[in-house]
Design a binder for this molecule. Structure first.
Ligand SMILES: [Zn+2]
Length: 685
């Protein structure tokens, strides 16, 4: 039985629409036109966006109280913010992807300017708050659509989270602090992306790596090899290089990206955020950050994480005993019996090769990029009832960017565009992410297509060999593309509630759920095709892959819980301790089987600390719901379009317009629980 709470009467009343404020993206030329091409273009667009937003907000504020409607207050505000953010996001993304130094610098400055302008213009604007609050207090709620009520309450709350219900002095101080934060937050990411650290090694120091990998490395003039910290280099070296000094050298570079600069920046961010939170009446930034999320407060999250840490301990111990009683040649433990951090991945990989007959580099030969992506897309097509068209993409920020148009199943309605920028470049964003440039919408049957960008760092094709994806890259693609589809399939009235604009501790749910597809035999057969023999993965290798699900799950859970605790710890209380000392303290408390190295400054490149704040726990928290939803989908079949359609309708299309607990209840037909999660990670009681 399906219980539909919250959706009753959902479409009983029609929306009021402000058509002239939300342009519709129709052609691919419209997508290309979103991104400025020159420094002058960036500056002009930034200027024009500010002027327009200022005028539109003035129109909202100056409407006479007797003529105020939902459409000309909250409706107009959403449309105006959507228009402004579209420009802001397109410009700020250029800093993450452009190969032109001047464009990056201009985008950096414009990002800061636009962000701070947006504070004054929208949610820190006392006049606008007064108008919205007045309307909100007087409106008859039964005259509004459910989504309109939800939106109205959210915006009033957002104004109050900006301090607009406090005294003018408090408001001014909070706005000042937020403005001081903006350049620091932008700089934190820029410092990571511009880190150019590299290790120079000789051929003998690359022992354990295959010839094709070595042939693809950049060389110095005298023929030495250049190792950068990009994932396509870092991961194979950490897993396969038999020379300890190479692993250690590259690991040290990796955990010191943007150090020491970002340690100073992060410290300032933490202090300013805490000060801001205290002015708003919260004990700390973590308390403020979590107040509106599913978890509500740091205490609940601490309890959640402690439970995972305790329950995963026996598994961690079991994995440690197994791996350390079979150490590969040349690897030893520290004097007090711990694993060195640069040995952790290597020990696992060598064990997998020797005892489980699994070689990830060999398995990657079954995942040539082009075929794999094509098949992954066809899984989404079947399950979600959509269709992709590949487009010749030109006129974007780099010639390697690929473009897809997404349609409904019958190709009669354009749902949006997804741009894929897949390979590493100097100064490009280092991790994997999805960025929404234009939010989707559906207003009175009119479709507003979304535009989403996926950034990854996959290995390039080598001489005589296509780009081959290790399984972790395949999972990354499926995960990030899942975020993009969350955007594309959004069908809310309000841009601020569309797609991935859900609670932070729910946002990883759809993508982490999709990761489960890649443990399924039928799916693995479908996706894989050896780049030479054209064969799919044979049954015996698939069985060995599937057996890996629990191979190092204890270590994975513990590391995720550690990072989540770290993000809470940094933001939970003001501390005189240095960030390094706090990192070390928590590391030694939780990661008891891996030694802490004094030059480990991973916090300096842990970009979630800025983007997610105290909310890194979102991954484990969302995974609980991902496992629960998957447990309902799995029996129906992973390519079952009826189930997929229901998932799209009940979860993805609603975005943040319904509280996550209700979305889940509507989809599951019951309240969500953690049984499937603990079973999925092998920790059932
Ligand atoms: Zn994600």
């Amino acid at each position: 039985m399906l219980v539909t709470i919250g959706s009753l009467g959902w479409f009983a009343r029609s929306f009021t629409r402000v058509m002239d404020k939300r342009e519709i993206i129709e052609t691919f030329d419209d997508v290309v036109a979103l991104f400025p091409k020159t420094v002058q273009d960036i500056e002009q667009r930034a200027e024009a966006a500010c002027k327009l937003a200022e005028k539109e907000v003035r129109d909202i504020v100056s409407s006479s109280p007797s003529h105020r409607t939902f459409a000309n207050t909250f409706g107009a505000l959403d449309d105006t913010m959507a228009r402004f953010k579209k420009v802001l996001k397109a410009i700020s993304m250029l800093e993450m992807v452009s190969i032109d130094e001047e464009i990056r610098a201009s985008a950096h400055n414009a990002n800061i300017r636009l962000t701070n302008f947006g504070l004054d213009c929208f949610l820190h604007n006392a006049e606008l708050y007064a108008v919205c609050k007045d309307y909100s207090d007087k409106v008859r709620r039964d005259s509004l659509h459910d989504e309109e009520i939800f939106y109205l309450d959210k915006i009033i709350k957002d104004f109050e989270y900006a301090g607009l219900h406090l005294s003018p002095e408090h408001q001014a101080k909070i706005t000042e602090l937020k403005k001081a934060l903006t350049p620091l937050e932008v700089e934190f990411e820029a410092n990571i992306n511009s880190d150019q650290g590299c290790l120079i090694v000789e051929r003998a120091e690359l022992s354990g790596l295959d010839d094709a990998f070595i042939a693809g490395l950049a060389r110095t003039d005298d023929g030495s090899y250049i190792l950068k910290t990009d994932y396509p280099i870092f991961i194979p070296i950490m897993e396969n290089c038999t020379v300890e000094s190479t692993r250690r050298g590259l690991w040290k570079l990796f955990v010191n990206r943007a150090y020491p600069r970002n340690s100073i920046v992060l410290r300032q961010i933490i202090e300013l955020r805490n000060e801001c939170a205290r002015l708003l009446g919260f004990q700390s930034y973590a308390h403020f950050n979590l107040d509106d999320l599913m978890a509500k407060n740091p205490e609940t999250v601490d309890h959640f994480l402690d439970n995972i840490i305790v329950r995963s301990l026996p598994k961690v111990k079991q994995e440690f005993d197994l791996l350390t009683s079979n150490l590969p040649d040349g690897v030893s433990l520290t004097e007090d019996g711990k694993i060195r951090p640069w040995d952790n991945a290597f020990i696992k990989e060598m064990y997998k090769k020797k005892h489980l007959a699994v070689d990830e580099r060999h398995i990657a030969e079954y995942f040539p990029l082009e075929h794999t992506l094509e098949q992954l897309l066809s899984i989404y097509e079947q399950f979600m009832g959509i269709s992709f068209k590949s487009l010749p993409a030109s006129g974007l920020w780099h010639e390697e960017v690929k473009a897809l148009a997404v349609y409904n199943k019958t190709d009669t309605e354009l749902l949006g565009y997804i741009l894929l920028d897949l390979f590493p470049r100097p100064h490009k964003y280092k991790h994997a992410c999805e960025i929404d440039i234009v939010k989707a919408g559906r207003i009175e049957g009119v479709r507003y297509p979304a535009v989403a960008v996926v950034l990854t760092n996959f290995p390039r094709a080598l001489d005589g060999q296509p780009s081959l994806l290790q399984r972790s890259f395949v999972t990354t693609f499926f995960h990030e593309f899942g975020h993009a589809l969350h955007e594309i399939l959004g069908a809310t009235r309000f841009s601020e509630l569309a797609g991935t604009s859900v609670k932070l501790d729910f946002v990883e749910m759809p993508s982490q759920m999709l990761e489960e597809w890649l443990w399924d035999e039928e799916i693995l057969i479908k996706v894989s095709k050896h780049y030479i023999t054209n064969e799919s993965l044979p049954h015996d290798i698939i069985e060995r892959i599937r057996a890996l699900k629990y191979f190092d799950i204890g270590d994975w859970l513990q590391r995720q819980a550690f990072l989540a605790k770290l993000s809470l710890y940094y933001f939970k209380q003001p501390s005189k301790k240095s960030l390094c000392d706090m990192y070390q303290e928590l590391y030694q408390e939780i990661r008891t089987h891996v030694v802490f190295e004094h030059d480990d400054h991973f916090e300096a490149s842990f970009s979630h600390l800025v983007n997610y704040g105290a909310g890194y726990y979102s991954y484990l928290w969302s995974k609980v719901y991902a496992s629960d939803a998957f447990s309902v989908i799995k029996p129906a079949g992973l390519l079952n379009s009826v189930m997929g359609g229901r998932y799209v309708d009940e979860i993805l299309s609603k975005g943040g317009s319904v509280p996550p607990q209700l979305l889940l209840r509507n989809f599951l037909g019951r309240d969500a629980n953690s049984d499937a999660f603990f079973a999925d990670v092998g920790l059932s009681n």
